[in-house]
Design a protein around this ligand. Sequence first.
Ligand code: C2G
Length: 129
Amino acid sequence: MKKVITYGTFDLLHYGHVNLLQRAKALGDYLVVALSTDEFNWNQKQKKCYFSYEERKRLLEAIRYVDLVIPEESWEQKASDVQEYHIDTFVMGNDWEGKFDFLKEYCDVVYLPRTPEISTTQIKKDLKK
Ligand code: C2G
């Protein structure tokens, strides 16, 4: 069984996220999503999520491409996650291009093109108009 992992906040879940998850799953048979906790988002990414971790987790678990959701609590957990979950491929959108190449020691590293025009930030801006 080929296992894939990806990381993210996935707030205000949208089709850009789903496109990423669909393509990530297509690279294997089992997709793990490491979901940024509320604390990690606020302390490390200065992101205040609209939906809580539990709500974002519930949404991700409803997506057919997602097999398991685990918490992302630190920047440093990726190498241990890849080993603990026996991951074959690490996937991120290409806004992270090159940032996680150190994981090539443990697994394949794939950066996928982002879906243009959509982002959680853009949604929030549009709703404010
Ligand atoms: N994404 C995408 N297209 C978009 C928006 C997002 O492909 N229009 C991808 C991002 O590239 C990322 C994933 O969807 O791979 C999740 O996006 P975010 O929730 O914004 O993730 P981010 O805050 O970048 O967190 O340790 C890594 C971080 O947790 C990544």
